[in-house]
Write a protein that binds this ligand. Structure first.
Ligand code: PRP
Length: 223
């Protein structure tokens, strides 16, 4: 049984698809919420591990809670970390779950836009950096969701969005162009917690890391 060695730890998890993949991974380390999060409106839960509490928030808020130390540890997509700025915390572990790609996309068969390209995205910092590196003149337009509508509604030439199966792009007459980054869920740690709560944090990281290694080994075919 894991032991927080007297150092209380708060872990911030991203709700939604990542959460559904993180819960089984936590279960493999022996960590369970004391209540079913699907049946509760609570946002913070006790666990069977003394001293370990788990909060469930929007992915874009996980880096904020961890940077400022309200949470010691977080699990969040690499896309949101790249957007937030990656110097604010440590990122010791790639959980290898919720894999997808961050891509540019445009209407199927559309000619390359002339002059400045209008790009709609939730990921405005990533988009700005990426197109600057490409030496492309762009106007970046911030949207909070349903990006795939922007080109057909005349708001943007391109979008920058998460692509998993590609179904959302296809259903909206779009095609992927370039891959900006391969995305998966990462564990982040508050910088002070890494020092002040070293035993508890490193114990938890070791357990999670072991599960990741076991899972990747069990995927290798035995000849
Ligand atoms: C993401 C993304 C796309 C969709 C892509 O949204 O913004 O809309 O998934 O997946 P697909 O390639 O398998 O169709 P998500 O469902 O994560 O919700 P969000 O809009 O809140 O990001």
């Amino acid at each position: 049984m894991m032991d927080m060695t007297g150092q209380p730890i708060v872990m911030a998890l991203t709700k939604g698809r990542i959460l559904e993949e993180v819960m089984p991974l936590l279960a493999e380390t022996g960590i369970h919420l004391l209540e079913d999060h699907k049946k509760s409106r609570k946002l913070i839960f006790d666990t069977n591990v003394a001293g370990l509490r788990i909060m469930i928030v929007r992915g874009s808020d996980v880096p904020t809670y961890v940077e400022f130390g309200s949470a010691d540890i977080g699990v969040v997509g690499k896309d949101l970390l790249m957007e937030y700025g990656e110097d604010a915390f440590y990122e010791p572990l790639d959980l290898g779950i919720a894999r997808c790609r961050l891509m540019t996309a445009a209407p199927v068969g559309a000619p390359a836009p002339r002059g400045r390209v209008k790009v709609a995205s939730k990921f405005v910092n990533i988009a700005r950096r990426y197109f600057a590196e490409q030496g492309l003149q762009t106007d970046i337009i911030k949207l909070n969701g349903a990006l795939e509508l922007a080109p057909s509604m005349g708001l943007a030439d391109w979008i920058v969005d998460i692509v998993d199966s590609g179904n959302t792009l296809r259903a909206n007459g779009l095609e992927p162009l370039q891959t900006i980054a391969h995305i998966s869920s990462r564990v982040i740690v508050n910088k002070a917690s890494m020092k002040m709560k070293h035993n508890a944090v490193s114990g938890l990281l070791k357990e999670l890391g072991d599960v990741v290694v076991n899972r990747s080994e069990s995927r290798v075919p035995i000849s």
